[in-house]
Design a protein around this ligand. Structure first.
Ligand code: GLN
Length: 193
């Protein structure tokens, strides 16, 4: 299994560290030629969605990655990654991949609550620690989107077929539940292929 991690900006190294702890191999995606490598899954890390969106376009990565996601490549977006995948961002007119039928609110917790931690149930797999940093939340989901976690009435993790998003940063905690869930999504996808 080989997982591509978008490495143009943001917290990608922490994802690499968790994947290596779980024994999954990965590589960084920094330019178009990196996309010629076999890729079983894609991680879009946290950071700044506006910066990542611009760099993706400038580097010629945007269209090929969008096509791969639309063709069923398993993708996991954390925080800014969630915003890149969202069909709509309520308080930002920019659209990026827009492949997932969710409406997100950017910087949803305001300035005073820029960063915080919580613990909440994740898809019936138990309660897990969650770190939020200038995080979005999901305001609404379309049909076919499964809600995986809710914190204080707001959706913070969801899945639609091959797409998984979290508003929090599982790569900044010791808990590996969400990454293991993503690896399972990839295995199931390979079994279907
Ligand atoms: N606030 C950032 C954005 O709008 C996301 C923050 C994060 O990824 N930790 O893109």
């Amino acid at each position: 299994m080989n997982i591509g991690i978008l490495a143009v900006q943001g917290a990608f190294i922490e994802h690499e560290q968790i994947l290596s702890r779980l024994g999954a191999s990965c590589f960084e995606i920094r330019q178009k030629s990196d996309l010629s490598r076999p890729m079983d899954g894609l991680i879009i890390p946290g950071g700044e969605s506006t910066v990542q969106g611009k760099l993706l376009r400038d580097l010629g990565l945007f269209q090929p990655l969008k096509e791969k996601i639309e063709a069923g490549l398993p993708v996991f977006g954390t925080c800014a990654g969630l915003l890149l995948l969202a069909r709509k961002i309520e308080n930002d007119e920019r659209r990026h991949f827009a492949t997932m039928d969710i409406v997100a609110v950017r910087n949803a917790y305001g300035r005073q609550l820029g960063s915080f931690s919580a613990e909440a149930e994740y898809d019936g797999l138990g309660s897990i620690p969650m770190t939020f940093i200038r995080a979005p939340y999901i305001e609404s989901v379309g049909e076919g989107v499964q809600v995986l976690s809710v914190v204080e009435g707001h959706i913070v993790a969801a899945r639609q077929k091959n797409q998984l998003v979290t508003a929090f940063h599982p790569e900044l905690c010791d808990d590996t539940t969400v990454h293991r869930y993503f690896l399972d999504m990839i295995r199931t996808n390979q079994a279907i292929d």
